[in-house]
Design a protein around this ligand. Structure first.
Ligand SMILES: [Zn+2]
Length: 362
């Protein structure tokens, strides 16, 4: 079966259908900050510390910065002390408060003590075993709950098959979640933190929330040097500052772009332009695949093309006719989307990269 590329250009701006309708601006007014784990759930263990004790002060500091510096934002914490909460309870706090953003803060752990750096997850199906492993570790806390299998609809955190639900899930907030996640990673880069990029995996806590949501792994407790850093006051302040900076810039763009009309009026329409279908061989970098349509990608990506294939929306960037160029694009895009990869087309027909190189003698 061949796949035709639907060449729509997704612009990052929404056009108002009618300028007469009374407009109201939807602002980001409530954020939920979730310090992972707590109480009998210690999270990942380092040589000298536990995840639950590292992420709490970071979460509290992020909230404090927001309260001190930005007016009109209600900061809600899932926990402010060393207290045990289930994943469902955390999501419920966010849903009940109609939060506009959910930020879950965690620390990572890996077998190799060399691995270090920060990464931010949005909900989706993992594309690599490493991403699955991180989600499995974070989801495994549900086994501390009685009757977890019933409460999480038969979900078994250790069973890779359980994760298939994340492929079939509708996620209306993926675009905005990616947008915020990219801002977080950008802020870490600006602060010279090791950048492991924006990733997708099936985290139960993100699945239960109904707003843009991210899970930040601030660093590796399994790396002795990084364990020291994420336990230090200076390290925690730097990390909290980065998350706060990203929140501030996300809120700015959110407040300026979310223009909603009165309910009886047509709301917004994406500006979609048709483009001539290209001829010959072209290469793109595919950044993300989702069951639902997405928008609001980071502006730094340039033009984002949407491809609908087997019921999945796939998003492609950086078209080029040169394979060398495509590899350079891949290296660049990988800084934000570590799981991205090259796809190839002959005209509008999707073909393998190998065939594309052969046909274009590259
Ligand atoms: Zn964790």
């Amino acid at each position: 079966m061949t796949t035709k590329l639907h060449f729509s250009i997704i612009t990052l701006f929404a056009l108002l259908l009618s300028i007469d309708a009374p407009a109201q601006i939807k602002k980001l007014t409530t954020v939920v900050i979730d310090a992972g784990h707590g109480g009998k759930d210690c999270g990942a263990l380092g040589k000298v510390s536990q995840e639950k004790d590292i992420v709490l002060p970071v979460a509290l500091q992020v909230g404090q910065y927001i309260t001190d510096s930005i007016q009109g934002v209600n900061v809600i914490y899932t926990r402010k002390t060393d207290e045990y909460l289930t994943l469902n309870e955390r999501a419920e706090i966010a849903n009940k408060s109609s939060a506009d953003l959910f930020i879950s803060i965690h620390a990572n752990s890996a077998k190799s003590p060399q691995i270090s750096g920060a990464e931010t997850y949005v909900l989706g199906l993992h594309r690599t075993k490493d991403n699955l492993a991180v989600a499995q570790k974070e989801n495994s806390v549900i086994v501390l709950e009685d009757d977890y299998s019933n409460k999480y609809e038969g979900f078994d955190p250790s069973e890779p098959e359980s994760y298939i639900i994340f492929e079939l899930m509708q996620n209306a907030y993926l675009g905005q979640s990616i947008n915020f996640a990219s801002t977080v990673q950008d802020a870490f880069v600006a602060a010279n933190r090791g950048n492991r990029g924006v990733k997708q995996a099936g985290f139960l806590v993100l699945r239960q929330t109904s707003m843009p949501s991210v899970l930040i792994e601030i660093g590796f407790i399994s790396n002795p040097e990084e364990e020291k850093y994420i336990n230090s006051a200076a390290g925690q302040t730097e990390i909290a500052r980065s998350i706060f900076n990203s929140f501030r810039s996300y809120k700015e763009s959110y407040d300026n772009s979310n223009i909603a009309l009165m309910p009886s009026q047509p709301i917004v329409k994406e500006s979609v332009a048709k483009e001539e279908e290209p001829t010959g061989i072209s290469f793109y970098v595919q950044i993300i695949s989702s069951k639902s349509q997405q928008k609001d990608f980071p502006a730094s990506l340039g033009e984002v093309k949407e491809l609908v294939e087997n019921g999945m929306y796939k998003y492609l960037v950086s078209r080029t006719t040169s394979y060398d160029e495509a590899q350079k694009n891949l290296d660049r895009v990988r800084k934000l989307y570590p799981d991205c990869f090259i796809v190839a087309f002959d005209g509008a027909e999707k073909i393998s990269v190998r065939h594309a190189r052969k046909r274009s003698k590259q």
